[in-house]
Design a protein around this ligand. Structure first.
Ligand SMILES: Cc1cc2nc3c(=O)[nH]c(=O)nc-3n(C[C@H](O)[C@H](O)[C@H](O)COP(=O)(O)O)c2cc1C
Length: 346
């Protein structure tokens, strides 16, 4: 007799990796005669959240962003209704390939925080499973080649299959706990990322001159973070930096403004940090390293948001747009290969 009456998988995905894992998991369940349903959390209805019988296995799957689930998934888990069901936690993270060795990504606090919240709601955590699929984060590294992408898909599909059959058969899987030490060591970065993701990373996207104002990025953004301002896309603070817009723009017009971020970093550290130090360095605000840190980084992020508004305004000038484009690594062929998860034949 099957260990579970059904499987429901809640997922979030920017470029398709986590959607694929949800699909693979569902397929394995169906092979075992367990009805399975995948629910994209950004299209989730009240009915999708109805309390399930305790024999229903629930899974959550999302990319890792800044060593944690992205805020949209964190919020979903926080709001998830109470229950006593068994739960599988999965993430997809930045896999790379050196020879035939798949270098693992870093999960950080992804599993621990979600497991804690769900356990407090009454759920029983049965597994924590990271899947090292191709990294989509071409803002920080060159895009991966086709061979690497295919290899990572094939290897991981097999891993997910084995994991699925183990856990659907009623077994647990906590082997990811072997990464506990490194996860704890990088955990402070995940707190920093929570702010930097919103106020810095989401504010590095812009459309180059190839943008024809087709509106597709606005319509397809999973979290409706993009709006058209002056006929050009503008990224709001709720952007998850999921890379969907950049990967699916038919004009390949969306770039990461590396040049602008570097110029801001230089100007800010030379002028603003210096001015803060000179004017407030001896004041009571700077009583300790923590307030010093908070004031400097808080002002950096707030000013970067203002800088982005200004940038958007100046982008209307062709010469400026060109200058910004030529200082964006994503514009260059050696770097800017857009990533989309494979859908066919894997
Ligand atoms: C903004 C951003 C932050 C990321 N942070 C991490 C990270 O902290 N650790 C990691 O291993 N991978 C990280 N990645 C890589 C993604 O988690 C990985 O490519 C994931 O499989 C993408 O899933 P998706 O296609 O479902 O969106 C990051 C990617 C992006 C875009």
């Amino acid at each position: 007799m099957a260990a579970f009456s059904q499987l429901v998988i809640y997922y979030f995905s920017g470029t398709g990796n986590s959607a694929n894992v949800a699909r693979w998991l569902a397929k394995c369940a169906e092979e075992r005669g367990i009805p399975a349903r995948t629910v994209n959390i950004v299209q989730c209805t009240e009915a999708d959240l109805a309390v399930q019988p305790e024999t229903t296995l629930i899974a959550f799957c999302s990319p890792v962003h800044g060593f944690n689930y992205p805020p949209v998934m964190q919020a979903f888990i926080r709001r998830f209704p109470k229950g006593k069901n068994p739960v599988l936690l999965l993430n997809t993270r930045a896999g790379m390939l050196i020879g035939k060795w798949i270098t693992p990504g870093l999960s950080g606090i992804t599993f621990y925080l979600s497991a804690l919240i769900l356990s407090l709601k009454g759920y029983r955590i049965k597994a924590m499973f990271p899947v090292d699929l191709p990294s989509n984060w071409i803002s920080v590294h060159p895009g991966l080649n086709d061979r690497t992408v295919r290899y990572l898909h094939e290897r991981n599909k097999e891993r997910v299959r084995k994991f699925a059959h183990r856990t659907l058969g009623g077994r647990t899987d906590f082997r990811s706990l072997r990464e506990l030490v490194q996860d704890v060591l990088i955990s402070p970065v995940s707190i920093g990322y929570y702010f930097a993701g919103r106020y810095f990373i989401a504010k590095t996207y812009y459309a180059n001159m190839a943008c024809n104002g087709c509106n597709l990025c606005v319509l397809q953004c999973p979290v409706q973070a993009i709006k058209m301002v002056d006929n050009r896309p503008f990224w709001r603070l709720k952007c998850e930096s999921c890379m969907h817009c950049m990967s699916y723009c038919p004009q390949k017009a969306i770039e990461t403004a590396h040049g602008s971020a570097a110029a801001f970093a230089v100007l800010f550290s030379v002028i603003v940090w210096h001015a803060i130090e000179v004017n407030f360095g001896a004041s009571q605000l700077f009583v300790n390293d923590y307030s010093n840190f908070a004031i400097k980084w808080g002002s950096a992020l707030a000013l970067f948001v203002a800088w982005y508004r200004m940038l958007h305004y100046v982008l209307r000038y062709q010469w400026f747009n060109k200058a910004l484009t030529y200082t964006s690594l994503t514009f260059y062929r050696f770097w800017g290969r857009r990533y989309k998860a494979l859908k066919k034949n894997v």
